[in-house]
Ligand binder design. Sequence first.
Ligand SMILES: [Fe+2]
Length: 294
Amino acid sequence: MSQGKIVGAAIASHHPGLFQTEEFRIAAGDGRDSDLVQGFLRLRERVEASGAETIVLFDTHWFTTGCHLVDAGSHYEGVFISDEMPWYLHGQKYNYDGDQALAKICAEVASERKVVARAIDEPTLPRHYATINVVNAMIRGERVMSVGSCQTAATEDFLEMGAVIGEAIKRSGRKAMLLASGALSHKFRNINAVPPHPRIYHPDNVSSDFNRESDYRAIALLEQGKHEEILNRFDQEYRRVPWEAWGAHYLQMIGALGGYDCTAKGIALSEYENAHGTGNIHIWFDVSQENPRN
Ligand SMILES: [Fe+2]
């Protein structure tokens, strides 16, 4: 079996507003749709061009405690309703294959390295919309292995788990794409807050000037591939802002790409947009030059 490879990586938004009707979205956008919707098509083109067989999906809604988890089911099928906002996000049919073999290797590598992680194959395990929305928006037959966000993990622990996944991909023989499903700054507006800008997606509606400016600075660093700089300021800035799931999606993705050594340059595939106060963008990373040390 030839050695597996990471063939692409991206940060992608998954917010529920994107999965409403076009008419609703355009009205919410003051006459223009969210650019993240078209951005999913741009991302899809990149996924297709990458030749990815498996999508490793870092799910910022799958919170775990005391252990990193990777999905080890062979197939997932059903109809998703969000218990967070059932009136808004419901009836989302899904039907996709998991990647049992890769999950099993992740658990083996974790065990070798004494990283607290498990592969979990439990058919009744609930799905989360950080996976389902992104799968429905841009996955067309690739296997999908979701990865949890361990709420007892520190920044370095997420990087370590990412490195486990990077090594597992190598051993698996798979061509895999890493997909970090989540927002940058992730602070919601108050229930009664009136957004200052009539276009709901407008960056002016992000929770605070500080968070918006922090996101803009991060996007500039991501575009330049300056991940070391982001990691060096992670605990002081981005974990406090905080990024969605304390940045579990980004950190595990970068861990798989070599951590502090990663210099993959980002390409924005959407405008930067607000969703209920959070900062959202799709960014593709060119990983062709990356040689992760694992
Ligand atoms: Fe989210």
